[in-house]
Ligand binder design. Structure first.
Ligand code: CUK
Ligand code: CUA
Length: 643
């Protein structure tokens, strides 16, 4: 352990250099490619993939669903960003989804996908993802592949340690990447960081039936940077582990300020205890403004509510709630083994991977075996040696994230040395390593955070592709790599491009998703206030200068298809109901010159395009999705007369 400080002097320049390294065509790569790779990833026409992989779209703010092992992109699910393809964030119904306390924010930077769990296993119901910038968490319904809910997190600057869930999706957590003053309106000098800046670990309660999220409480924690988190499971199911860096509490993250210490911390939180304290009425409700946006499946519309306060517990007031465990230099990932006994932290500037024991942690707490120095905010710091099970030695450079398979092995990504290292959880002995192309961030084993992982593959989610694909101008594609882990030696099977930066992904057996698919929305259950149930209900209604057009679409007619009586200065709302009751028959809608939206309306659903004509003219409109032989006939005219 003594060499850590020195090593970081070597490592940091290496990290920086790796960003600028000039890769040559990887001759060695051939060695690690499985000879049967083509057979193992080939999914014949008409056949299905074995797994769905849900990957973060990074700075696109969206989620992408891929099939594995083929790597085929199946769908981009819009979450935090407007998406012209299907009118998300443009239609009147979906605009409220992107509301925040800052107003309408139509983009974000998404990092981590989290599948919902029952008894520590993926249940295929929901997918959660964090918005890193405007701190938000979204919930996607996996029976419709629609974003159903987005909640903003108050008192958080950069929701990075998020959205990790407990064993039965009781809670989803989010913690701050950038500590900030808890009263966000507080005007303080930035260099008063040590006194004024704090972290807030947010626990969001998830409704068992509907999945609806509500901020249950926030724990005020020391003003460090919180990077990632994982819930315990099995023996450790009542705990949550967060990685933290910048325990120096520097207000500039230059290495000299923020990476001086040999060790930062893993923060262990007893969330069961926090929950019990809340049940006893502990904590204080403090003013906090944040948006909670919910999709209503009956009205096919979202509503946005501005929340006004939040329950806060200052952890220093509640001994036994939070402990710190020292962890070598700038821990990034914090991952928990399938049985819940070990938690693995990866110090990105560290030379070893420490594996901590939950049992030993409890014993150290029992014995009150604390380091006396550095007890920030009265939080006990456990001794490294008393919680440590052992270290994985010489793993490579820049360890980031660890996932587990079903055979007792762990896989850790090495950002700087661009490789995945396979090691045995029980002995921490390194079994194998495989290069990745290039600069791997997260990695993902299907079911890798479950009590019983699915295993079979590990997917490398890379930061840089360099020479791996045909060039596409200054920006090259982002990429993932599929690796076979069924044998002793890892074998590279496939490179495939991804949208945005694939920070993290989770994969799930396809049948857990396919069995719950909604094929269309039932028209009789459509309670949208402007829905029509048949073509004969279509009409144009004027109220002052507002004109509501109740429209229908069914192969192959838009009704009404000749609209007159609109005057310049009117506000026109086209409410289009798709009358189809069949799978995969959306209709689109576009009006010439409408600068607000185009629509894509699912069968049985109603969506609204708002339009303020800018001139008097005859405007054509039409269906944008080629839906039948008479698709080109799904069109009409709207006449806008001078005021
Ligand atoms: S982060 Cu990207 S490599 Cu935002 Cu999860 Cu670790
Ligand atoms: Cu409806 Cu094309």
């Amino acid at each position: 352990m003594k060499s850590i400080t020195n090593l970081s002097k070597v490592l940091l320049p290496a990290i920086l250099a790796s960003v600028a390294f000039t890769a040559c065509k990887p001759g060695k790569a051939v060695d690690s490619v499985d000879g049967d790779a083509s057979k193992k990833v080939y999914v014949a026409p008409g056949k299905y993939d074995e797994l769905y992989m849900f990957a973060s779209g990074g700075f696109s703010g969206q989620v992408a669903a891929y099939g594995l092992p083929s790597g085929r992109l199946l769908k981009v699910i819009p979450v935090f960003s407007q998406n012209a393809e299907n009118g998300y964030g443009y239609s009147e119904e979906t605009k409220p989804m992107l509301n925040t306390s800052h107003g309408f924010v139509p983009w974000d930077d998404a990092h981590h996908t989290q599948l919902s769990k029952t008894n520590g296993q993926d249940d295929g119901r929901w997918l959660f993802i964090n918005g890193n910038n405007t701190p938000r968490i979204a919930r996607i319904n996996l029976s419709t592949f629609k974003t159903e809910e987005i909640i903003e997190l108050p008192n958080v600057g950069g929701n990075h340690a998020s959205p990790y869930c407990t064993e039965n999706t009781e809670y989803i957590v989010g913690n701050t990447r950038f500590s900030i003053p808890m009263d966000a309106t507080q005007d303080v000098p930035i260099d008063s960081y040590k006194e004024n800046f704090k972290g807030a670990a947010t626990f969001i309660k998830v409704d068992k039936e509907k999945g609806t999220m509500n901020v249950a409480f926030q724990l005020i924690v020391p003003g460090y940077n919180y990077d990632l988190a994982r819930a315990g499971k099995g023996v450790s199911k009542d705990w949550m582990f967060f990685s933290t860096y910048n325990s120096e509490q520097a207000n500039t993250l230059l290495e000299v300020n923020a990476s001086q210490r040999d060790k930062d911390f893993i923060m262990a939180v007893n969330w069961k205890k926090a929950e019990a304290l809340v049940a006893q009425g502990k904590g204080k409700r403090v003013p906090a403004k944040y948006a909670h946006n919910v999709w209503d499946e009956k009205t096919h519309s979202a509503t946005s509510t501005m929340m006004k306060d939040v329950l806060m517990l200052n952890v220093q007031d509640y001994p036994g709630l939070v402990y710190y465990i020292p962890c070598p230099k700038s821990p990034h990932g914090a991952d928990v083994s399938p049985d819940g006994e070990f938690f693995v932290a990866s110090g990105k500037l560290a030379a070893v991977i420490p594996v901590f024991s939950f049992k030993k942690m409890l014993a150290a707490i029992e014995k009150q075996d604390f380091e006396d120095q550095r007890a920030d905010m009265g939080i006990p710091v456990l001794k490294y040696a008393s919680v440590l099970e052992g270290e994985v030695e010489k793993p490579g450079l820049g360890p980031l994230h660890t996932e587990f398979d079903d055979q007792g092995y762990a896989y850790t990504s090495m950002f700087v040395s661009s490789e995945i290292v396979k090691w045995k959880v029980s002995t921490r002995e390194i079994i194998d390593r495989i290069p990745t192309y290039y600069s791997i961030g997260h990695l993902s084993v299907p079911g890798g955070d479950n009590k019983k992982p699915y295993g079979k593959y590990v997917v490398a989610l890379n930061k840089i592709t360099k020479d791996r694909y045909l060039p596409t101008g200054p920006e090259l594609t982002q990429s993932a790599q599929l690796i076979d882990i069924t044998g002793n030696k890892m074998k590279l099977l496939l490179d495939f491009p991804t949208i945005g930066e694939p920070h993290y992904a989770q994969s799930i057996a396809a049948d857990l998703i396919t069995k719950n698919q909604v094929k269309f929305f039932k028209l009789e259950e459509n309670h949208h206030p402007y829905a029509v149930k048949s073509e004969k209900d279509t009409r144009v209604v004027r109220k002052g200068n507002r004109v509501d057009v109740y429209m229908s679409a069914i192969r192959s007619h838009l009704a009404p298809d000749n609209i007159e009586g609109i005057k310049l200065g009117d506000e026109v709302y086209f409410h289009l109901t798709n009358l189809e009751q069949d799978w995969d028959v959306p209709h689109g809608f576009a009006v010439k010159g409408a600068n607000t939206a185009e629509l894509l309306v699912m069968p049985g659903e109603t969506a609204t395009l708002k339009w303020t004509p800018d001139r008097s003219a005859i405007f054509p409109f039409y269906c944008t999705d080629f839906c039948s032989a008479l698709h080109q006939e799904m069109a009409g005219y709207v006449r806008v007369s001078p005021a």
